[in-house]
Design a protein around this ligand. Sequence first.
Ligand code: CA
Length: 231
Amino acid sequence: MQAMPHVLLVEDEPAIADTLVYALETECFTVTHALTGTDALAAAILGNFDFAILDIGLPDMTGLEVCRRLREISAIPVLFLTARDGELDRILGLELGGDDYVTKPFSPREIVARVRAILRRSAPTAQTSAAAAPTSLHHDAATMRIHCLGTPLDLTAHEYKLLLVLMKQPGRVFTRDQLLDQAWQDPGAVTDRTVDAHIKSIRSKLRATRGGAENLIETRRGLGYSLVQKS
Ligand code: CA
């Protein structure tokens, strides 16, 4: 993560957005503000964000839809802003891979505190230098290839997306459901077993590249998978 975490703020009410931008920038965050879901997703494709704050009620699509599409390209933490005390929004939001939610009205300080807490929780290596590679894997976004110690891996599309999700947050344990949500366009059509099969295949490809060396993907029994963090 960068020294000044970059936050994507998606909020269509200028007054709320202004106070949040001010509060976050005061606390040394860099903020990109989008008024619509479409603008937010366009920014997400181009930008290198560490965090997203998504208002649920947007003019062109819901924040939930923004999150679903964001999850196809990014594993960054998501905080939802919800106008009503909408239980359904909360449940849906967290199922879609959101990390937390705040109900309006809120204080900007509360939002900053939540963002900090979630970043601490989801990125235990935030204090290490950005130059230090957390694993021996390298992602080349332009060619959409993942390299292991310089050797490009021959991955299927789903294996690629799956490994990319794990690589975005080394050390974080992802449940099979989270991996399905983030690496499959239509997670309903596949099962937990599918994730296991793909992980097995990725491991064998990694082993082949590394000459049978260590296992980069760790199984947390009863929980899920995580990418092993190297010091
Ligand atoms: Ca709104």
